[in-house]
Design a protein around this ligand. Structure first.
Ligand code: BG6
Length: 505
């Protein structure tokens, strides 16, 4: 994410992209289409090559065929076969398993041969389940593959979830940092690959007019919503041991929250930006178990209709415990302990099998202190929201009151809307292009640093513990295709506020 709007994108140095889990879903659905889009944009360096690491023996030409098939299935743009063939021509496969050290020696021989051809920079992309992060990293470390020397870099890209709670995230950080240095680790949160999420930084800090009102004096509260229509589907086994809170809150929702809440960094560089984001998360007030229970709602969907699909009870999902108390919906109220935000609640909600797909940050400004317009009470004025839309509409909307035409002063709420697509022509992408490109050029501004991952877990830990202590009690059921449990409305209405609709414009 370069800060120079005039410069041409920098060309990465020659490097080898080593993918663990190359035959898996993530590699096919997101990583390969993103590499293709980068190839099409001319942003892969000369000498770029891909090594797919497989758990079982696989011929390179079979891997080519497999990846090409996946690309045609998941590409975000029409595939130009010449570009695709050029990309896949550089793919080779190696069979390696962290349980078998000799196999990593074989991987090392393979990569050494590539290095002798002048491509000594290696990017190890771990598109694998979290349990495999540490063993792979250790095996790479033992084989000496993570050692950087003056002439070449070694980087490790790790997908979420990073840990399952504060303790496990700390342990994983500790274990990894015994093998590699922090600057070599790129912890991915795909929300940071979204243009509109990156734009929160630009919107706040490249415009002078919002900063003076971006604080407790003018902001009543903030709502962060990530609602999804999809159900748990075939992810039952992963999801039932994870739940909505762990799956979405300490990572995706907190990325949004930290970008809204952070202090202006003194520079647009990875250290300054990540320090301010981490500081914002570390300032989230720690709640006691009672407060955590009072300030949160966990829900689980039961059968209902979402769009034109009938969805069954969550508990009937394959590989889900039929008595499961895992939440498919989470809502919470958080506060931030600092001078900018003291007393301004942040309401967060996320859930599956809801009536609409919507990702947005809504900043509600305080009402005018009194209404001087006869016959219009302050309460009846339309609310002043600034809405940063991420899905389905990418853009920014400002809602305010205006006079309706006519001889009397009648007031109505209106909107000023900026939509990305009205101004910019953006080729459809996976969201991974920027992230992969940034890894190759060594810019880690859009990646999570160890301290911010831990700060995120620290903030949700009281909720996880309080929910565990309360077992199944307090699990609110909601019908699939609705906007979530009634209790989530009560959570915010208790404070005299309301959620925005998830299915409106
Ligand atoms: C993933 C979660 O990280 O994010 C999924 O594991 C979720 O459960 C997805 O569906 C949501 O991402 P997006 O980009 O569709 O909002």
């Amino acid at each position: 994410m370069s800060s120079d709007s005039t410069a041409k994108p920098k060309m990465p140095e020659p490097c080898c992209f080593v993918i663990f889990g190359v035959t898996g879903d993530l590699a096919h659905r997101l990583v390969t289409p993103a590499l293709y889009n980068l190839a099409e944009a001319g942003l892969l360096p000369d000498g770029f090559c891909v090594v797919g690491v497989t758990r079982t023996e696989m011929q390179s030409q079979n891997l080519h065929r497999d990846l090409m098939k996946g690309l045609h299935q998941y590409a975000t743009r029409p595939v130009d076969d010449t570009v695709a063939r050029r990309l896949f021509d550089c793919v080779t496969s190696v069979h390696a398993d962290p349980g078998d050290p000799a196999s990593f020696d074989r991987l090392k021989d393979h990569l050494d041969a590539i290095a002798r051809r002048g491509v000594g920079n290696m990017l190890f992309y771990l598109a694998v389940p979290p349990a495999a992060f540490k063993p792979i990293c250790e095996a790479l470390g033992r084989a000496g593959l993570l050692d950087e020397d003056a002439g070449s870099w070694r980087r490790l890209v790790i997908e979420k979830p990073f840990g399952t709670d504060l303790q496990s995230a700390r342990e994983l950080n500790r274990d990894l940092l015994k093998i590699v240095q922090e600057h070599q680790i790129y912890r991915i949160d795909h929300y940071l690959g979204k243009e509109t999420v990156q734009n929160i930084l630009v919107f706040r800090f490249a415009n002078g007019m919002f900063e003076p009102i971006w604080n407790r004096n003018h902001i009543d509260h903030v709502q962060i919503t990530v609602s999804e229509m999809i159900d748990v589907g075939r992810r039952g086994s992963f999801y039932d041991s994870t739940g909505a809170m762990r799956d979405m809150v300490p990572n995706h929702l907190f990325q949004l929250m930290s970008l809204v809440a952070m202090e202006p960094p003194s520079r647009f560089d990875a250290h300054s930006v990540r320090t301010e984001k981490s500081e914002a998360l570390a300032s989230i007030q720690t709640q006691t178990p009672d407060e955590a229970l009072r300030n949160s709602v966990r829900g689980q969907y039961v059968a209902g209709r979402v769009g034109d699909r009938q969805i069954g009870d969550y508990r009937n999902t394959p590989e889900v415990d039929p008595l499961s108390n895992t939440e498919t919906y989470a809502a919470m109220k958080l506060t931030i302990d600092n001078w900018r935000w003291a007393g301004v609640p942040f309401y967060l909600r996320t859930g599956k099998a809801l009536s609409a797909k919507r990702t947005e940050v809504a900043i509600r400004f305080k009402q005018a202190p009194f209404s001087m317009f006869r016959g219009t009470e302050v309460e009846r004025l339309s609310r002043n929201y600034l809405v940063i839309g991420i899905e389905p509409t990418e853009g920014i909307t400002l809602q305010f009151n205006t006079k309706m035409p006519g001889p009397t002063v009648a007031i109505d709420g209106v909107e000023m809307k900026f939509k990305y697509k009205d101004y910019f022509k953006v080729a459809p992408s996976t969201g991974y292009e920027t992230l992969i490109y940034d890894c190759m050029i060594g810019d880690n501004i859009l990646f999570q640093r160890a301290d911010s991952v831990e700060a995120g877990w620290q903030a949700v830990q009281p909720f996880i513990e309080a929910w565990r202590g309360a077992e199944g009690q307090g699990l609110a059921l909601y019908r699939a295709g609705t906007d979530g449990p009634r209790e989530a409305h009560e959570l915010i209405e208790r404070d005299g506020r309301h959620w925005r609709r998830i299915d409106g414009e």
